[in-house]
Design a protein around this ligand. Structure first.
Ligand code: NDP
Ligand code: 8X3
Length: 253
């Protein structure tokens, strides 16, 4: 009987690549997102309804999430890996210029949506001794100008992952926080409101991580023997590293 992974945010970027990676290794997948046309195309690509099942819902909507999970067919009803990947950043400006609605959207998606689906599935995940893989970010640990609420949501995801590990002690459930740096995906188009120039500039010459790189680490963590838990993986492209702290100086005459 193949194992089943439920991957949120499977309509593009990391989620799409993660779904493909798991199916390549013989798993079945439940692929979630809001764009039904992309989910249908992905299911087709993955081998059809025997291998993949689409769940179309907005992760910010608790009732929609609950209804989607309840509607899972029996063949996809036991989840062995929950990959909490759906998420977004909105805006790159400093706090003084930020739009409060964008902040709420990030919190509702990256934090509330992620904890909701985890809570709704937890009894079943314990029963199947599943792995939960949460997509955090380097922004969880390393602040940068314009990262404000996005970084805060990802710090939550990282800490929530560690907290889950503590609470799930003795259950056999494994929990991993994946924390990528610069990665090429629609993430940057979403963040900049569809600004293709900004997208091109960000990645130009940087040889960023690709969704397949992230899929590799998610699958690796999930494929290890049941007594091995990878707590966190921080991944950057070789081209990215840290800068010195900035120091604001008063004018001295
Ligand atoms: P993409 O924009 O390519 O994918 C984001 C996915 O999230 C889409 O499938 C989208 O599906 C889904 N999503 C967004 N909002 C909702 C919602 N309200 N309900 C349901 N699904 C939603 O970005 P990435 O693949 O790059 O990002 C995936 C995760 O990785 C995110 O959590 C991101 O924060 C994190 N990350 C990204 C990095 C990067 O540089 N790209 C680096 C570090 C972490 P749909 O629109 O169809 O609903
Ligand atoms: C996305 C990576 O560096 O843009 O989580 O915050 S970064």
């Amino acid at each position: 009987m193949p194992k089943t992974a439920l991957i949120t945010g499977a309509t593009s970027g990391f989620g799409d690549a993660i779904a493909r990676r798991f199916v390549k290794e013989g798993w079945n997948v439940v692929v979630a997102g809001r764009r039904a046309d992309r989910l249908d195309a992905l299911v087709k690509d993955l081998g059809g309804p025997q291998r993949a099942h689409p769940l179309c819902f907005d992760i910010r909507d608790e009732e929609a999430t609950r209804a989607a999970l309840q509607a899972l067919p029996d063949a996809f009803g036991t989840i062995d890996a929950l990959v909490n990947n759906a998420g977004l950043a909105l805006g790159t400006g400093p706090i003084q210029n930020c739009d409060l609605e964008e902040w709420k959207t990030m919190i509702d998606t990256n934090v509330t949506g992620l904890v909701t689906i985890t809570r709704l599935l937890i009894d079943q995940l314990i029963e199947s001794k599943a792995i939960i893989v949460n997509l955090a970010s380097i922004a969880a640990s390393w602040p940068y100008p314009g990262g404000n609420v996005y970084g805060g949501t990802k710090a939550f995801v990282r800490q929530f992952s560690l907290g889950l590990r503590s609470d799930l002690f003795g259950t056999g459930v494994r929990v991993t926080s994946i924390e990528p740096g610069l990665s090429e995906s629609e993430f940057t188009l979403v963040r900049t409101g569809g600004n293709k120039d900004a997208y091109d500039k960000l990645y130009a010459g940087a040889d960023p991580l690709q969704p397949e790189d992230i899929a590799e680490s998610v699958y690796w963590a999930a494929s290890l023997p049941p007594h091995v838990n990878i707590n966190a993986i921080e991944i950057m492209p070789v081209s990215q590293s840290w800068a010195p702290f900035q120091v604001h100086r008063k004018q001295v005459s």
